[in-house]
Design a binder for this molecule. Structure first.
Ligand SMILES: [Fe+2]
Ligand SMILES: [Fe+2]
Length: 371
């Protein structure tokens, strides 16, 4: 029998001798005294920002809710390719009125630009400043989800054969769409800088306000309310594929907003910080003005069951809800829930599948009944 090495016989005396252990050149290793810096850390030492704990050590958790968000986000997994768009192509070309096509295209144009912006803000400004790994892990997922949303809009745009040069440039050439994006860029520009020092109290307050704008207004109000014109079409049996895509996106956005609000609440307590009411008032007023101009453009002609007035009224109602969730004053006291069906869209489950679309349970792709 020859002495060839056999993978299934590790104890064979015929196995070749083990190679010698390489010699360690200790000149290139840190001296033992510097290793004292690697003492175990305590979870209690973690902080939302400005923490000194080890960013590469996931657990024990100080913010177990952040890990729960990560697990929950992973149960809402889909890709846009799984949702049929054939009927939408027919609807778009043969059933939608000119006013309805105008609404649909501009909502898509606004949302796709917004999602790129969201991805960059989370990835470049927010995630990098979070100093507990369980917060960063969820935000890494969020970055991916924003990219997935961008893919989803692109899939809709491609499926419908829309002019990409025209659609993707729309936010640049339509002032009412540009206004919202420019406002967001203005609000987020400074905090996106890597050298934005959060040890400075004024900067910390600005960061909290900017994050409030992003999570509460941009995601929690503008996005939440932004899908609504397409859901109004869906309720009439139109553009159901695109609407279902938006329902999946909306579920991600609900989590993004809830996570952001939780972070803000904890940040304010941890840093003994109060959001300046006058600064908040200005944010809400600017956001409402931008949203009103946007609604006036996309709905310059009302469509059946939906108009600019309803859009703005619903924005105010959702804004109040978000403010209560953060624990600050309602910006628009007395605003009414003029579109009660919107919340159903965010929480749609199998048994409430009254839009006659595919099953869109809040579960992982493997558990979804894609027939
Ligand atoms: Fe998104
Ligand atoms: Fe988002």
């Amino acid at each position: 029998m020859n002495a060839a090495f056999r993978f299934d016989d590790w104890d064979s005396p015929a196995s070749p001798a083990r190679p010698p252990v390489p010699t360690v050149n200790r000149d290139f290793l840190p001296k033992m005294e510097s290793l004292a810096a690697l003492a175990p850390i305590n979870a209690a030492d973690k902080r939302i920002v400005n923490g000194k704990a080890d960013i590469n050590q996931l657990a024990p958790f100080k913010y177990p809710w952040a890990w729960e968000f990560f697990l929950k986000a992973n149960r809402n997994h889909w890709t846009p390719l799984e949702i049929g768009m054939a009927q939408d192509v027919h609807d778009y070309h043969h059933k939608l009125s000119a006013a309805e096509r105008h609404v649909f295209e501009n909502v898509l144009a606004y949302l796709t630009t917004s999602d790129i912006l969201a991805m960059r803000n989370i990835g470049l400004a927010v995630m990098e400043k979070m100093s507990a790994p369980e917060l960063q892990i969820y935000q890494a997922r969020q970055v991916y989800e924003e990219a997935l949303h961008t893919w989803t809009y692109q899939h809709c745009i491609e499926s419908l054969g829309l002019d990409q040069q025209e659609i993707y440039n729309r936010y640049r050439v339509v002032p009412e769409i540009h206004g919202k994006i420019a406002f967001a860029n203005r609000r987020l520009e400074r905090v996106m800088r890597a050298d934005f020092d959060l040890e400075d109290r004024a900067n910390l307050h600005e960061f909290a306000l900017s994050y409030f704008f992003f999570a509460v207004i941009f995601e929690g109000c503008w996005f939440y309310n932004g899908f609504t014109p397409v859901f109004a079409l869906q309720r009439r049996g139109l553009m159901k594929g695109a609407a279902e895509q938006l329902q999946y996106i909306m579920r991600d956005e609900v989590l993004h907003c809830a996570f952001g609000i939780r972070v803000i609440r904890e940040l304010l307590i941890e840093e003994n910080l109060t959001l300046d009411p006058a600064a908040l008032r200005q944010l809400w007023d600017e956001a409402e003005a931008a949203e009103t101009a946007y609604a006036g453009y996309i709905l310059k002609e009302p469509i059946l069951g939906y108009n600019a007035e309803l859009h703005v009224a619903q924005f105010r109602f959702i804004a109040n809800r978000r403010a209560r969730q953060v624990g600050v004053a309602e910006p628009f006291p007395g605003a009414e829930n003029v579109l009660p069906w919107l919340d159903e869209q965010a929480n749609l489950r199998k048994e409430k599948n009254f839009f006659e679309t595919r099953v869109t349970e809040y579960q992982t792709g493997g558990a979804l009944a894609w027939e």
